[in-house]
Design a protein around this ligand. Structure first.
Ligand SMILES: NC(=O)c1ccc[n+]([C@@H]2O[C@H](COP(=O)([O-])OP(=O)(O)OC[C@H]3O[C@@H](n4cnc5c(N)ncnc54)[C@H](OP(=O)(O)O)[C@@H]3O)[C@@H](O)[C@H]2O)c1
Length: 335
């Protein structure tokens, strides 16, 4: 097995700081030591993969490198009794695709504790339609529920609404009966977002027109923010009493230009979400929900399947803020 050749996206960083991405042949023996060797059948594209694929050392420190924070496939070899050959498994987060060769290679070797068995009522393809984006959207919704935001509490705002996390959050919240306002920078996204269940669509420019005020009229009971920066700050300032804002992303900015009034005059709660290191009991609970009571009817419409060779182009689109729904990578389809 060690000499098995496979295809992987390899990102190389050059002396002038530039990056190149190409599909290269690797051998299984080049993978790191680990408990379980998995043949990857599907991966998916997340914003973090685009960062890793562009030489961002905040995500991946060592190059050449194969990104891919998500992988779904079958076990080939296992040194851990919890997994045996042919088991269907998912790996999302931890160090996969950061400094460990990731799901954009046809094989990964990882610690057993990074893996979950695929839920029976979800196919490998369906699991990657969710991927880290869906898992993270679900964590955000759980945080709203834990903060006692119910469908009677008021409207929910989702930012970066056409992106991977945003579009699944819009769809999941709508399915659960929440009234969702989708905030987007894209002019032609209204039909897509309404189809996912959003009752209102708001353009970023309109949303931000009063952004410099210390506090804004209370509009939201809850917020799922994926973009950070002034958009998150404006969302916090326009959240009502005891509202809950989940913060998971920085697609627009890592800054948070804010003041204390939303916290001390409205008691709003700003909750951080980090899916990669979330504990196993939570992973199992969330994947069971996504496979069962939270299984979403429009994941097919919401996602596209691409071959591995198309990943570099899609990474550039993501970094330019042009992502639209989810991208699943068929790892058996290279060219
Ligand atoms: N904390 C965690 O565990 C976790 C997990 C997954 C993802 N994330 C983070 O969450 C964010 C979204 O991830 P994703 O995979 O959903 O990314 P994505 O598919 O690329 O979507 C990002 C969306 O954000 C909006 N956007 C992008 N650039 C923007 C800009 N400059 N200004 C305003 N809006 C912009 C766009 O939506 P519109 O055009 O509709 O506005 C875009 O579609 C990323 O920052 C990612 O790193 C965090």
């Amino acid at each position: 097995m060690d000499e098995q050749i496979f295809s992987a996206l390899v990102v190389r960083k050059h002396a002038d700081g530039s990056c190149t991405r190409a599909i290269e042949e690797r051998r299984v023996r080049e993978l790191p030591v680990g408990d379980v060797l998995v043949r990857v059948l599907y991966s998916s594209l997340n914003y973090k993969d685009a960062l890793s694929g562009s030489g961002n050392t905040g995500v991946s420190k060592h190059y050449p490198h194969t990104p891919g924070v998500d992988a779904a496939g079958v076990v080939v070899q296992s040194a851990d009794a919890a997994f045996k050959p042919d088991d269907a498994v998912l790996c999302t987060g931890y160090d996969l695709g950061m400094n460990t060769p990731g799901g954009l290679g046809q094989y990964i070797r990882v610690p057993a504790k990074w893996l979950v068995h695929k839920p029976a009522s979800l196919s490998l393809l369906e699991s990657m339609q969710y991927g880290t984006a869906g898992y993270t959207a679900a964590l955000c919704v759980l945080a709203l529920q834990d903060g006692e935001i119910t469908t009677d509490s008021g409207d929910i705002l989702v930012t970066g609404a056409t992106g991977g996390v945003g579009s699944i959050a819009v769809h999941l919240l709508s399915q659960l009966g929440y009234r969702v306002t989708a905030l987007t920078s894209k002019e032609h996204a209204a039909e897509f977002l309404r189809d996912l269940g959003a009752v209102a669509i708001e353009a970023v420019q309109q949303f931000m027109h009063n952004k410099d005020k210390l506090l804004l009229p209370a509009r939201w009971a809850g917020v799922v923010d994926t973009v950070g920066g002034e958009i998150l700050a404006t969302a916090v300032k326009s959240t009502g009493f005891d509202g809950v804002i989940t913060c998971c992303g920085n697609a627009a900015s890592h800054d948070l230009p804010l003041n204390v009034y939303p916290f001390i005059l409205r008691g709003v709660h700003l909750i951080g979400i980090y899916s990669a290191e979330s504990p196993m009991h939570k992973r199992l609970r969330v994947w069971e929900k996504l496979a069962g009571e939270w299984k979403l009817p429009k994941m097919v419409e919401l996602s596209r399947i691409i071959p591995l060779a198309q990943v570099p182009v899609e990474m550039d689109a993501m970094l330019a803020g042009q992502a639209h729904g989810r991208i699943v990578v068929d790892m058996q389809e290279v060219g």
